[in-house]
Design a protein around this ligand. Structure first.
Ligand code: SF4
Length: 115
């Protein structure tokens, strides 16, 4: 499958997963296209569409937590910042993804106001 077709296929499958979780693809189409392209490259290299912005480790069980969409493994964090870490997905009510801050989970745990 060529990269363009694979991007479309991933988008189709991911949509079915993220929708019931309350997320949608970011309205920033350029970024969505770029991130999906990176995932296709990672899938070609590793056989799995890993996250383009979280580093792989040597531990398989840890790596499985960053297979896209990784929302279920990081739900509390992503729900607090209303986006996934890369920004590929945002909460359904988000219209301006640039207004959302990428805040590490440990800062949220310390009680920082993220809105
Ligand atoms: S942070 Fe976003 S793009 Fe990265 S794996 Fe998780 S859901 Fe996918």
């Amino acid at each position: 499958m060529n990269p363009g077709s694979r991007k479309k296929a991933l988008r189709y499958f991911f949509q079915k997963i993220i929708d019931p979780l309350g997320y949608k693809f970011s309205p920033d189409e350029e970024m969505v296209d770029f991130l999906l392209e990176q995932e296709v490259l990672l899938e070609q290299k590793h056989g799995i569409p890993y996250c383009p912005c979280q580093g792989l480790t040597k531990k398989r069980e840890e790596n499985m937590k960053i297979v896209c969409p990784c929302i279920p493994f990081h739900r509390e964090h992503f729900d607090a910042i209303r986006r996934c870490w890369c920004g590929l997905y945002v909460h359904k009510d988000v219209t301006d993804p640039d207004a959302l801050k990428q805040i590490p989970f440990n800062e949220i745990k310390r009680g920082q106001d993220v809105r």
